[in-house]
Write a protein that binds this ligand. Structure first.
Ligand code: SF4
Length: 151
């Protein structure tokens, strides 16, 4: 069983109420090979919601209390992001899930590149908070872009 970001499976859980649905991912879910979760919703955030970015450090810094996740209006949503990430990790551990396909560039799900905290569209090296927690647990994480290349 593979974990997938819910928005990649067509669920409208994106910050703007939309989704990032990809037919290949939807097919995995349909065939019972993948299960979908949205860490931001699991962390208690509503949909739609204002966009958020990691600020002042990396996702690992966020998890260690040294950096934060802030909304576009300046509100601190770090606790929601950490709570959502922990819920996803707990679910993966309980279900024995060791692989995940997560949405690129998201402050929760991104792997390799995330926005830099200035809300200017600039990307920096790094992971989203949930992706980081899963990677640190040894779960194999790939983005939907990486997945498309191997299919
Ligand atoms: S938190 Fe992840 S699953 Fe939820 S909308 Fe953002 S990228 Fe998609």
């Amino acid at each position: 069983m593979i974990l997938v970001s819910a928005c990649l499976a067509g669920i409208c859980c994106k910050y703007n109420g939309g989704n990032n649905g990809i037919p290949l991912i939807k097919e995995l879910v349909k065939q019972g090979k993948a299960i979908l979760l949205c860490p931001e919703q699991l962390g208690g955030l509503p949909t739609p919601r204002l966009p958020a970015e990691i600020k002042g450090g990396s996702a690992r810094d966020v998890l260690q209390g040294k950096a934060s996740v802030v909304r576009e209006d300046g509100a601190d949503v770090t606790e929601n992001f950490i709570r959502g990430a922990r819920e996803v990790l707990k679910f993966c551990q309980e279900m024995g899930i060791r692989r995940a396909i997560l949405k690129s560039k998201s402050p929760s799900c991104g792997k390799g590149l995330v926005y830099d905290g200035t809300f200017t569209g600039k990307l920096v090296e790094g992971n989203g908070v949930t992706a980081q927690l899963l990677i640190d647990d040894g779960i194999e994480v790939m983005t939907e872009e990486e997945f498309k290349k191997i299919c």
